[in-house]
Ligand binder design. Structure first.
Ligand code: SF4
Length: 291
């Protein structure tokens, strides 16, 4: 942050991190960049241009600020903590800020640092293939892939990085991910978009593609944001999709939407200063009323 000098005042850059409390754990979703270069078409962050990479200190700082705000520097009476899990799923593509993300996660996972087990830290990528195996070697945390489509044609549209690293190459990098096993499965995130990627044919192809990979599939009901053309799949379609995958032997939990009303749910993050124009606030209120 630069301090005001004369008339030339530069605004501080902002990122968001989100704390998701659950009964048996508390997950902190952390950002790696201010904005994002990748423009995934279903993601609100993708509509904010990349301002800059965060430093390792700013990434670790998000965990420290959360612990401060939650008064979470010591075990509570029952021996638990509030922040038990970290997911690098906030704003930005972590593998496009590799060195800072690596240094930050090594500090967060080190007993002399923040001391959160690497098995409780998940790095999510939209598929920067050359850095996936490197992440396994140099960081050694759990891996999540933003897959969202099973055909290149559609994935090119939803996750444009797919044009550079198509599904086949991405899945090969997952097969090669060091340390993946049944106990350390790779999570595949799949946002459920009505009439776009939610058919049973998609579910069948998904199962086929993941054959031989230690995988679980996280189904994410789409979280709408002002201006998006996508809609969330109907609930019974999400259940059918999930059931097919489950019957094929994969864990397929449906992520409970949290924080939609304040644009803090998955795929909705954007810096507060950029987020809410008056028109967007109006659209958000209308969405909250129909949600
Ligand atoms: S889904 Fe991730 S990689 Fe894609 S635009 Fe959003 S923040 Fe960037």
């Amino acid at each position: 942050r630069r301090l005001p000098s004369g008339d030339n005042v530069e605004r501080a850059h902002e990122v968001e991190c989100v704390y998701i409390p659950e009964t048996d754990r508390g997950t902190l979703c952390v950002s790696s960049q201010v904005g994002c270069t990748l423009n995934c078409s279903f993601c609100h962050t993708g509509t904010q241009r990349l301002v800059r990479n965060l430093t390792a200190g700013e990434i670790v700082g998000q965990v420290m600020v959360a612990r401060d705000r939650l008064n979470d520097w010591a075990d509570r009476e029952d021996g638990t903590r509030r922040v038990t899990n970290i997911v690098m799923m906030g704003m930005g593509e972590p593998l496009y800020n590799f060195d800072a993300v690596r240094d930050a996660l090594l500090i967060v996972g080190d007993n002399e640092g923040i001391g959160i087990s690497r098995r409780r830290i998940t790095l999510s990528t939209s598929g920067v293939v050359p850095n996936i195996v490197r992440a396994g070697d140099e960081i050694g945390v759990m891996l999540a892939i933003s897959l969202h489509a099973v055909r290149d044609e559609l994935r090119n549209e939803l996750v444009p990085l797919n044009r550079k690293y198509p599904i086949k190459e991405l899945l090969q990098a997952c097969r090669d991910y060091p340390g993946a096993s049944n106990a350390r499965r790779i999570t595949f995130e799949y946002v459920m978009l009505k009439g776009v990627n939610d058919s049973l044919d998609d579910a069948k192809l998904l199962v086929k593609l993941l054959k031989g990979i230690h995988a679980k599939i996280n189904l994410i009901p789409f979280n709408p944001w002002p201006g998006t053309a996508y809609e969330c799949s109907d609930w019974d379609q999400i259940e059918k999709f999930s059931e097919y995958i489950f019957n094929a032997g994969y864990s397929s939990p449906v992520r409970t939407p949290r924080g939609r009303d304040i644009l803090a749910a998955c795929g909705q993050l954007k810096s507060e200063t950029e987020k809410l124009s008056a028109r967007e606030r109006q659209a958000l209120r209308a969405m909250a009323m129909t949600d």
